[in-house]
Write a protein that binds this ligand. Structure first.
Ligand code: BDR
Ligand code: CA
Length: 313
């Protein structure tokens, strides 16, 4: 299996990404870390702890807490309207028995990467603040990252916070820029593909009727589908973060275009926007692969089947 670490800000689609990751024998999840994003750091870490317990993840898989707010020290802009009260669509999970491991996630992840240079895939599902902090504090680990798979950006399409910017990058454009311009091997799973791989509400409803821990996934999906219906008139759930995990589980699921990436930090209307150079005009190395196409049916099937595995035991 591919050794991975997952940095997340649960968040409903982060939660579903965890469901998928821990039901996938293709992955060996070495650690999970929480970052401020959809909800504050404490809430994100507590949600992650509850989710790991809920999914029966062994206690020796550590959970770390990372960055509390954007690199620039500005206020965190919450995404609670999308993810509902508590960040998990109103689903309340039992209090966690596991504890948050000591130390900042930026240091803990650096330690893991150093121990297995070139082997580990980092999956980043929230604002990139912790990852950028890691690269600032431990410059040597840049070379130790096997691959960095990021859910973020609206590369060739409209943003979801502003017309130009997607939530994770808009939440911390400085961090996103530092990480994306570091020349690391990156796969960027942006709104371009996540919007093309919605989970139909009927799938959410079937899962919601199942016993725990599957039913909660269905209820979270149904919450997202409801929000999406209010805004766009279609009852279907965007599960951005789960698609980024799926991209690692099944490498052929998405199509990519190579290039280099930068993130706008000063534009009045474009702060947080990805600037993709796919024609080599900047002369910067094409180390980023931008996801441009997705087999949506295969993704929805995979998500449904793997979430269902938790009941099958
Ligand atoms: C991203 O923003 C958050 O709301 C989701 O969890 C996802 O990571 C989508 O723009
Ligand atoms: Ca997220």
């Amino acid at each position: 299996p591919i050794p991975v670490v997952i940095d997340c800000d649960p968040g409903i689609d982060d939660a579903l990404a965890l469901y998928l990751a821990f039901a996938s024998p293709e992955l060996d999840v070495l650690a999970v870390s929480a970052v401020a994003g959809n909800v504050g750091l404490e809430r994100a870490a507590d949600n992650a702890a509850r989710l790991l317990d809920h999914l029966g993840v062994p206690a020796d898989v550590p959970l770390y807490a990372g960055a509390e707010g954007p690199l620039a020290g500005s206020e965190r802009v919450p995404d609670e309207p999308v993810h509902g009260p508590g960040g998990l669509g109103g689903v309340v999970l039992a209090e966690a028995a596991r504890e948050i491991a000591p130390g900042h996630a930026a240091d803990a992840l650096a330690g893991l990467l150093r121990d297995r240079p070139g082997e580990i895939t980092v999956i980043a599902l929230g604002p990139l603040t912790t990852i950028a902090t890691m690269l600032r504090r431990h410059a040597d680990v840049a070379d130790a990252i096997g691959e960095l798979v990021i859910m973020g950006g609206a590369v060739f399409t409209q943003g979801n916070v502003t017309p130009a910017a997607e939530f994770n990058f808009h939440a911390d454009p400085e961090a996103a820029h530092e990480v994306l311009s570091a020349g690391l091997p990156v796969r960027l799973v942006g709104l371009d593909v996540t919007r093309a791989a919605l989970v139909p509400a009927e799938v959410a409803d079937v899962l919601a009727a199942s016993p725990r821990p599957v039913g909660e996934a269905g209820r979270m999906l149904a919450h997202l589908a409801g929000r999406y219906a209010e805004r766009f008139g279609v009852r279907a759930a965007p599960v951005h973060d789960a698609l980024a995990v799926a991209a690692v589980v099944r490498p052929g699921l998405l199509e990519y275009t190579a290039g280099s990436a930068a993130v706008e930090r000063v534009g009045e209307l474009t702060r947080g926007a990805v600037v993709a150079d796919v024609r080599g005009v900047t002369g910067r190395p094409a180390t980023t692969r931008f996801a441009t196409g997705v087999d949506a049916d295969a993704f929805v099937r995979m998500l449904y089947t793997r979430i269902s595995r938790y009941t099958a035991g």
